[in-house]
Ligand binder design. Structure first.
Ligand SMILES: Cc1cc2nc3c(=O)[nH]c(=O)nc-3n(C[C@H](O)[C@H](O)[C@H](O)COP(=O)(O)OP(=O)(O)OC[C@H]3O[C@@H](n4cnc5c(N)ncnc54)[C@H](O)[C@@H]3O)c2cc1C
Length: 382
């Protein structure tokens, strides 16, 4: 299933490279990593060698210097095989690396981007806390100035690569509670005294993507590790999420396509009442609904990607892409399990994993309800 418009040579090349990689190096291990909840760090070193850990990073910082179309194609192909690998790749590129790329000084970019882009370092990005997810402005993690340094205290929860991340971008309160100019972004390197990984979550899906707590106890970092101006962190984070949501839309799309392809093939092979189940209109219409939603999701995702490439504001479009694609993914995975019947409920077939993995897409980087808040605010302003 491909878009019906012409992809650029560069996007086609990325798509094929990632497809081959995923078939060879990911597919054989998908269920083993899922069952044991193993985070396969080595896969990201290999993705780095392919230039996929710095897709959007310009070549002068060691990245691939590609655009959002290529980025979407890469995540889509990975997620068709394993949502967890797609999620980790997306979080690394869009959040940690993306934040430094968009808001770091020249010196900071030279310092951190080359190792992130090569996959030698893995990135984490901490906004969420135990009591503040959607309501991030109420965060309790604080950074206090002490001479030329900052001292960070608090914890971040639900962080992708919270334990394994080498470089973490952390949003901490430097001003008043609920003040959108009271939050600042910092980079903290693994090994800094006072910074440690905490509890690893035992999750429903996306089990091979590490999700864990990050703990800061009198963690001292120099002012040179502050990203942008004091008080700009929340606004920076919202802009980072605008781009990040395109990657979650791509992740949703990949999972939906994986589920759809498996269900289509199965429906042609499985016979009941003397014919393949695809010949029952009840099943064929499910496939029609799935295919339509996938194509609509892809169009919204590519629209947001195109706007982002052209430097346009796309807060509404990325929220629409993320909202629609994630809900479409849940719809498709649910229908795929139904098409597989009892076999869909077992771990011998791939659809139960798509069903578990896709649910994250309606939650991470802003829930569907929060996307509707963003979209409705925007359309009411138009
Ligand atoms: C696998 C995974 C990976 C993640 N990775 C990261 C990461 O790398 N970095 C990071 O910072 N965070 C990460 N997160 C956190 C994620 O972004 C949050 O879980 C998400 O933003 C929702 O926050 P919450 O879980 O606290 O839910 P809550 O905010 O408590 O929401 C609970 C429910 O209330 C609804 N709700 C809340 N406020 C409103 C409102 N105003 N109007 C209507 N409904 C509302 C929500 O939509 C939801 O249905 C990750 C989460 C998961 C599960």
């Amino acid at each position: 299933m491909q878009p019906h418009f012409q992809e650029t040579d560069s996007t086609q090349m990325v798509r094929q490279t990632v497809k081959d990689f995923a078939e060879r190096q990911v597919r054989p291990h998908v269920m083993e990593w899922d069952e044991s909840q193993e985070f396969p760090r080595h896969v990201f070193t290999a993705l780095g060698e392919l230039g996929l850990m710095g897709v959007l990073v310009p070549e002068n910082y060691g990245g691939s210097g590609l655009g959002y179309q290529e980025y979407v194609a890469a995540i889509d192909e990975l997620a068709q095989v394993c949502g967890s690998i797609g999620l980790s790749m997306a979080a690394h590129n869009s959040l940690c690396t993306g934040h430094i790329l968009q808001f770091g000084s020249e010196e900071q970019k030279m310092r951190w981007l080359p190792k992130l882009a090569s996959g030698e370092h893995l990135g984490a990005w901490g906004l969420t806390e135990a009591n503040t997810g959607s309501d991030a402005l109420r965060m309790q993690c604080v950074a206090k100035k002490d001479g030329e340094d900052w001292i960070i205290n608090g914890a971040k929860n639900w962080i992708t690569h919270g334990i394994s991340g080498d470089i973490a971008v952390v949003l901490a309160r430097t001003g008043d509670l609920l003040d959108s100019h009271g939050i600042t972004a910092f980079v903290v390197e693994r090994g800094t005294p006072g910074f440690s990984g905490g509890k690893k979550e035992n999750k429903l899906g996306m089990r091979a993507s590490e999700t864990a707590e990050m703990i800061f106890q009198d963690c001292r970092i120099p002012d040179s590790q502050r990203l942008g101006n004091i008080g700009e962190g929340f606004i920076q984070a919202m802009k980072v999420l605008d781009g990040g949501r395109i990657s979650i839309a791509a992740l949703s799309l990949g999972i939906a396509k994986g589920a759809y392809k498996a269900a289509t093939q199965y429906s042609k092979e499985r016979e009941q009442f003397g014919k393949s189940i695809s010949q029952f209109q009840a099943i064929a219409f499910k496939l029609a609904d799935m295919a339509t939603r996938i194509e609509a999701a892809e169009l919204l995702t590519l629209q947001a990607a195109d706007m982002k490439n052209r430097g346009l504001k796309m807060t509404k479009e990325s929220a629409m892409a993320k909202y629609y694609a994630s809900e479409a993914s849940v719809f498709c995975a649910n229908e795929a399990v139904q098409i597989f019947g009892g076999y869909g409920y077992t771990k011998d077939f791939p659809v139960e994993k798509y069903y578990r993995d896709c649910k994250l897409c309606t939650i991470g980087e802003g829930t569907s309800e929060i996307q509707k808040l963003v979209i409705s605010r925007s359309v009411l302003q138009d």
